[in-house]
Design a protein around this ligand. Structure first.
Ligand code: PMP
Ligand code: GLN
Length: 378
């Protein structure tokens, strides 16, 4: 039968992690921490299992977790999401985004993505049978260009996906940019997916501007969050979607026949752990220290550091180091220098080279030091 996704291969993250393993390279490619999560979180999940929370939860997720998320949105962004009708627990952000896309676009609709973007967005839209309209972020700064976005909005535009803090560039949308988006979308019925998985990793005193803060955006937005990122448990694959009741109702129609429910003990364990806000309130400082350690180690190298305002990624310009394409450079770096990275071209449909690769600094300080030691050979 004809392929549903003829242009899709294995994700770059899987490819580079396998290569890193094969060559015993320090893996700064795929984005995941190499350190343990908080033992209290593991205890909370164990406690939930021992307490017998091991059968199907409600389809939308367990009540206490939906309530904990509702309270968190109210505390951080002054918007009240109803735990019963507006918050759904998902199997990570990846399932949340696919489910939201499937819920709101029809074949023939158009969906706007801003490139570079996380590699699941485009295949998700194609799976739904909609047309992907790609708008570049401004080269070099990776900021949104509202003239280009406005020009991409057409009568069939049904959806737009944004991501701040941004993977791969770390760019954080400003309040002014969020307002500009709000004004631009006001006369339309475009649905927004706001991918906010790096919401608690914002550096240098900046603030995460959640779509929840903007009434005109919140009214049309699926806001996606990931406990995997926030609590150092990417393998748990658990997150949430907050959206107005009408959008949530459509989301749940797809969700219930997609995963139906997400595993029960982790939902109880995370809800218990969330009673203490310190872990997410301290996350920015925690990652800022790692970003600074990594940047300090590279500052005298020929890898040129791009800004990293948020997320756990640091991009560098390789043009003074190599003439190889980004993709070939990442292969070479893994095999010969022993450090894995991700080529920025992986975040574009048309793989053009801008001489930039992405490192993930969500690693133990010793891991970062070992990588820096190796990178000094460049
Ligand atoms: N969106 C972005 C921007 C990401 O970087 C990631 C993590 N790789 C995801 C979504 C997926 O998150 P999860 O692991 O919760 O599915
Ligand atoms: N989000 C992570 C990254 O960008 C990895 C996700 C994945 O492996 N699919 O590196």
């Amino acid at each position: 039968f004809p392929s549903r996704l003829p242009n899709v291969g294995t994700t770059i993250f899987t490819v580079m992690s396998a290569l890193a393993l094969e060559h015993k390279a320090v893996n700064l490619g795929q984005g995941f921490p190499d350190f343990a999560c908080d033992a209290r979180l593991v205890d909370a999940v164990n406690g939930a299992m021992r307490a017998g929370h091991n059968q199907y939860p409600p389809m939308a997720g367990v009540q206490v977790l939906r309530e904990a998320m509702s309270q968190k949105y109210e505390a951080l962004h002054a918007r009240r999401y109803d735990a019963n009708t507006e918050i759904t627990v998902t199997a990570g952000a990846t399932q949340a985004i696919l489910t939201a896309v499937l819920a709101c676009v029809q074949p023939g609709d158009e969906a706007i993505v801003l490139e570079p973007c996380y590699d699941s967005y485009v295949p998700n839209i194609e799976t739904a049978g909609a047309k992907v309209v790609r708008v570049p972020l401004t080269p070099g700064t990776f900021r949104p260009d509202f003239d280009l976005i406005a020009a991409a909005i057409r009568p069939r535009t049904r959806l737009m996906i944004i991501n701040s803090p941004h993977n791969p560039s770390g760019t954080i949308w400003t309040d002014a940019e969020m307002r500009q988006l709000e004004a631009l979308l006001a006369p339309t019925d475009i649905v927004l997916i706001s991918d906010e998985v790096y919401e608690h990793m914002v550096f240098d005193g900046q603030q995460h501007q959640s779509a929840a803060r903007y009434p005109g955006l919140a009214a049309r937005a699926f806001i996606v969050s990931s406990f995997g990122k926030t609590y150092h448990v990417t393998g748990w694959k658990i997150g949430t979607v907050a959206a107005p009741a009408s959008l949530t109702a459509e989301f749940r129609k797809v969700h219930q026949f997609n995963v139906f429910t997400v595993n029960t003990p982790m939902q109880y364990g995370i809800a218990e752990y969330m009673k203490d806000p310190a872990p997410y309130l301290q996350l920015s400082a925690f990652y800022q220290a790692k970003r600074d350690l990594f940047r300090e180690g590279l500052k005298d190298s020929r890898l040129k550091l791009l800004p990293s305002q948020g997320s756990y990624f640091q991009c560098v310009d390789i043009s003074d180091v190599s003439d190889l394409s980004e993709a070939d450079f990442c292969q070479w770096l893994t095999r010969e220098i022993g450090v894995a990275a991700i080529p920025l071209s992986a975040f574009y449909v048309d793989k053009f080279d801008q001489r930039v690769v992405r490192f993930c600094f969500a690693k133990k300080d010793d891991t970062l030091r070992e990588a820096l030691q190796r990178l000094r050979k460049l």
